[in-house]
Design a protein around this ligand. Structure first.
Ligand code: CAA
Length: 271
């Protein structure tokens, strides 16, 4: 998702972007995909070749966090793991200029907790994009307990410049979208676990029956089953309601390493 966020920041908002990852290989993959997606926009007359080249030239990559030294707005989009996010927020806080905003693309983890790991809780905020970022119109904006009005206003302005429509959510596990989406996906997995229907029957029922672009099991594979499980675990442990219990079949798939599209196998086989 980091690559998608970098793309809309550079293309739609015209920002200079530094894209940081621990692996150079991942950065190269992101830049390659971006080049392909923008070439399609040029072919469809939605972007000129010159604007494509200028947008790509606005993005630099690095495996070193100190590359964020001159940034005014940092957006973290790492794996959905609390310990990792807290470490990243401490590191971002130490390299970012004072006054820079630190945002997280987390799908469910407490913004207030990440803010408390920094010396600038008033400048920490949630900025939750949807996948695939260049296509999906929504950004959920989540102020933490200490987030200032100025941070909120700057974040809404940046997301709007990126061409997104914003909703605002309280800092409660899952926020709005995943509070509703993940129990729906989990219930689809449970429906499969209980043998009520096949993978295809469940997806077709929801796709044709509710007019969504993907059935819930296809969508789960697309999001990543490890991400779906991590979000259900946050909802379950932090809200304490048994209705958020992850389906045993979802746990089993993750234990097997069947993580969906990215691993080649999930509820469907992509190999
Ligand atoms: N990156 C960028 N663009 C992409 C893309 C990607 N990974 N995948 C598809 N697209 C673009 C295509 O290039 C195409 O663009 P054009 O129309 O300009 O040519 C457009 O999307 C449609 O793609 P396709 O025709 O190939 O396929 P499709 O019509 O089936 O659409 C889809 C693909 C947009 C992914 C659609 O199936 C969809 O909207 N699915 C639901 C996605 C969704 O619900 N996302 C939210 C997940 S939850 C989340 O992200 C939050 C979380 O915290 C877990």
């Amino acid at each position: 998702m980091g690559g998608g966020i970098a793309q809309v920041a550079a293309v739609q908002a015209g920002c200079k972007v530094v894209l940081v990852d621990v692996k150079q290989e991942q950065l190269d993959k992101c830049m390659g995909l971006m080049d392909k997606l923008l070439a399609k926009d040029v072919a469809k007359d939605r972007l000129t070749e010159a604007d494509k080249a200028a947008a790509l030239a606005r993005i630099t990559t690095s495996t070193d966090m100190s590359a964020f030294g001159g940034a005014s707005f940092l957006i973290e989009a790492a794996t959905e793991n609390v310990g990792l996010k807290l470490d990243l927020f401490r590191a971002m806080d130490s390299v970012a200029p004072s006054g820079a905003i630190l945002a997280s693309n987390t799908s469910s983890i407490s913004i207030t907790k990440m803010a408390a790991a920094t010396a600038r809780p008033e400048a920490v905020i949630g900025m939750h994009f949807m996948n695939p970022v260049p296509v999906m119109k929504l950004v959920e904006v989540i102020p933490g307990l200490a987030t200032s009005e100025a941070t909120l206003a700057d974040t809404l302005a940046l997301a709007t410049a990126m061409g997104k429509t914003c909703t605002q959510s309280r800092d409660i596990p899952g926020f709005i979208a995943n509070r509703i989406l993940m129990p729906y996906i989990n219930e689809a997995v449970q429906t499969l676990y209980e043998g009520i229907g096949t993978v295809e029957a469940i997806d077709t029922s929801m796709k044709l029956g509710t007019n969504v672009p993907m059935g819930p099991l296809t969508l789960a594979d697309f999001i990543g089953l490890d991400t779906c499980l991590a979000i259900m675990q946050v909802l379950h442990s932090e809200l304490g309601d048994s209705k958020y219990r992850p389906s045993p079949l979802l746990v089993q798939h993750v234990n097997a390493g069947w993580l969906g599209k990215k691993s080649g196998r999930g509820f469907y086989d992509y190999r």
